[in-house]
Design a protein around this ligand. Sequence first.
Ligand code: NCD
Ligand code: ZN
Length: 345
Amino acid sequence: MPITLTLPRPDDWHLHLRDGAMLRAVVGDSAARFARAGVMPNLVPPVTTVGKAAAYRERILAALPPGTGFQPLMILYLTEDTPVAEIHRAAETPWVLGVKLYPAGATTHSSAGVRDLDRCQAVLEAMAEHGVPLLVHGEVTDPEVDVFDREAVFIDRTLAPLRQRLPELKIVLEHVTTAEGIAFVRSQEKNTAATITPQHILMNRNALFQGGLRPHHYCLPVLKREHHRRAVLEAAVSGDPRFFLGTDSAPHPRSAKESACGCAGIYSAHAALELYAEAFEDAGALDRLADFAARFGADFYGLPHNTGTVTLVKEPHPIPESIPVGDESIVPLRAGSETSWRLKV
Ligand code: NCD
Ligand code: ZN
């Protein structure tokens, strides 16, 4: 009998579901594993209001395979024009998880993001007052700053001052990738957490250049050096409730990735829990996976734990070369290879 691992049903606190045919192609992968997900708002045009989020939420629910109880928790896209009234609406809407700060130009579909955070001060104060969390893409966009240093510089220039200015604001440093990011979260007394992706604990930046240029390993924040991978993995498996699961699964059509200017984003939803299990097992910490995947995030957001379970089986599981989406396809993480765990269905 192969080894099995049964976990409370987990949540994915950072997920890109896109829209239309792409949404329909990917949402089942998340729904098969996770009870809830924080759905990122970087559509074109972005999901800036509760009204737009309500419509997007309906499209997600309509795209779900029948019989799944998957709950999308919607995230609003912060702009310099977001009115305080929108925060009041968000605070009253139980399925709104928080508001996302994209520094303008930092990543895929972030051009409508924030150039000058001071212009959002009233909105941020309202969020602190009403308990609406701020989810942060933590990278500066200053072209003078080396791409691999952008998270660390963002912490110094933007996040640390913001943290001091608004101690009551709940802040999540999304997809933390560096030792500096981990140290920052650990140094805070309260209201500060980070999500961790599978790619940033399984791979270092060598994966971008393994025998040639690997566009399907390119995401933002970009993979970092080995010592950062170790720091992030160590935090994930440490049992510290400030670190929890957020895949940042971000599907793009193959043609947009395999391009002279390939876009950022790794698709991992097809094997997300299995990939985390690999990393936790390698670190000798499989017993910590349930808290990281199913409890710490809900606790930070003040949401109930899920009922029900998922089971993983310790068996090699092949990953297809690609996943069809209309005339296009997605190349998933581990394409053409395998994971060492599979989801029991
Ligand atoms: C994300 C996407 O494609 O939407 N890309 C990525 O590399 N992570 C955006 C993001 O989360 O930065
Ligand atoms: Zn993301």
